[in-house]
Design a protein around this ligand. Structure first.
Ligand code: BG6
Length: 473
């Protein structure tokens, strides 16, 4: 048997509104939490400046890489690459500028009507993330973010507008981006919109996660009722933590790391209830969740149709030793001596992708989408005016090879969308120079650049991969 990808495999790319769209104060849009985050770097954290942007600060997400004014051109480039699917998020504050209004902003919806119609024109399947790292700012300032149960109703109002408006046009939906980032402080800000540092503690984050899990389950039920063809997925930042040594304590620690960072949220989404180990973890960490009587029923009735993940790197974890530390997506942990890393220290581990896909499929037996994968790198324009990003091609080739292995292992993989298919602003550092794109955007960290687009070498390479359904790597 040769290692082939399924016939209808969905190849494509992924972005998020807050990092890509720009137009932060156009078309009636209200500010989101991403609009009060300054730029940063690998050594300097981004800073929040509530309640509003400051005059003398630079906010990279305000213009981002300007999909708001380049959507037609960018979608044409996606079509040229042969995309079958495009993952993007809908900016909540473009539709509900404050988040708690009853009626949506029609001008905001028109923008997404255009985007979706343009995708469908090229037979590109839209995959919509309902909430990707940008709660309307007002919901944080007025209600304290997702630790407040009221946000469930506001989210449902938003979701209903989307499911109704895009009925028959959008079939695939993700309820929350990387919900499991709520296990770390980063997620308290990005996922939950908890802006006060003193409030960004474990108890509030797990309470916020509970509210999002309830909202997700309600959204699944609603979407199925509005259109039985709708398919809803959860989205996990897959934390792949290997035991640093074969000491049994390290093996157990790695298992617990995975349970905590991946499976608490994943199990509730897929199985409709908290796993046994969650109870012990909450008890031992003095986390008391407020769970309404009806919540368990809601969770049971709103389980997802598929699982999606972001996968960039792996990390080592240990209960027994202190190794040299490095960062990975959303956390910092021990370096793996067998792996090389990106310029931002994220360790490149293609084999880990096969491992993770098998692990998820063994656990859930649901179709899987890889909705984020790629390498953040510094791209230089060469003397011939082009970008020769062979390091990106190498990264993607190795990961796609492992994806094929996983399919051969029996994993039901249905989609792959490479992250930041057009260059976007980095979520963790706020930089543009941490580029993931197959399409270069002439935009720089000091805000300069004419925003023109240019395919990189990886663009032409990926086009062939898609054309050959993964045969030509
Ligand atoms: C994921 C997020 O965590 O990783 C994206 O869903 C993010 O929003 C991506 O951009 C890469 O991370 P970063 O920090 O390099 O942008």
């Amino acid at each position: 048997m040769t290692k082939k990808m399924p016939k209808d495999f969905l190849w494509g790319g992924a972005t998020a509104a807050n990092q890509y769209e720009g137009g932060w104060n156009e078309g009636g849009r209200g500010p989101s939490i991403a609009d009060i985050l300054t730029g940063g770097s690998v050594n300097k954290s981004r800073r929040l400046t509530p309640p509003a942007p400051l005059e003398d600060e630079f906010y990279p997400n305000h213009e981002a890489t300007d999909f708001y004014h380049h959507w037609k051109e960018d979608i044409r480039l996606f079509a040229e690459m042969g995309f079958k699917i495009y993952r993007f998020s809908i900016s909540w504050s473009r539709i509900f500028p404050k988040g708690d209004e009853e009626l949506p902003n029609e001008e905001g919806l028109k923008f997404y009507d255009n985007v979706i119609n343009e995708l469908l024109k090229y037979n590109i399947e839209p995959l919509v993330t309902i909430s990707h790292y940008e709660n309307p700012l007002h919901l944080s300032l007025e209600y304290g973010g997702w630790k407040n149960r009221k946000l469930i109703d506001f989210y449902m109002n938003f979701a209903k507008v989307l499911f109704t408006r895009y009925k028959g046009k959008v079939k695939y939906w993700l309820t929350f981006n990387e919900i499991n980032m709520l296990t770390v402080p980063f997620g308290g800000i990005f996922c939950a919109g908890i802006l006060d540092e003193n409030e960004n503690n474990e108890e509030n984050r797990y309470q916020a996660m509970h509210h999002q899990l309830v909202a997700s389950a309600l959204a699944v039920k609603m979407a199925h009722a509005i259109d039985p063809n709708n398919k809803l997925g959860c989205m996990l930042a897959y934390h792949n933590g290997y035991p640093y040594t074969c000491h049994p304590e390290d093996i157990l620690f790695a298992q617990q790391y995975g349970q905590l960072h991946n499976s608490i949220a994943g199990d509730v989404h897929v199985r409709g209830k908290y796993p046994g180990f969650a109870k012990r973890f909450f008890e031992e960490n003095n986390i008391t969740l407020k769970i309404d009587d009806n919540d368990n029923k809601i969770l049971q009735e709103g389980t997802v149709d598929f699982v999606s993940i972001s996968y960039y790197s792996s990390i080592c974890v240990s209960a027994t030793s202190d190794g040299e530390k490095t960062s990975s997506n959303g956390s910092e942990n021990i370096k793996n001596p067998y792996l090389k890393a990106s310029d931002w220290g994220w360790q490149i581990d293609a084999t880990g992708l096969r491992y993770v896909l098998n692990q998820i499929y063994d656990r859930y037996q649901l179709p899987i989408m890889i909705v984020e994968n790629g390498i953040g790198a510094i791209d230089e324009v060469s003397s011939d005016g082009k970008i020769h990003d062979d390091y990106r091609i190498d990264y993607m080739r190795k990961h796609i090879e492992q994806m094929k292995e996983a399919v051969y292992d029996g994993v039901e993989l249905i989609a792959y969308t490479s992250w930041g298919c057009t260059d976007v602003v980095s979520a963790s550092t706020g930089e543009v120079r941490k580029r993931y794109g197959l399409i270069y955007v002439n935009k720089h960290d000091d805000g300069s650049g004419d925003l023109s687009r240019m395919p990189k070498d990886s663009f032409y390479w990926y086009k062939k991969v898609i054309e050959s359904n993964g045969e030509e790597l």
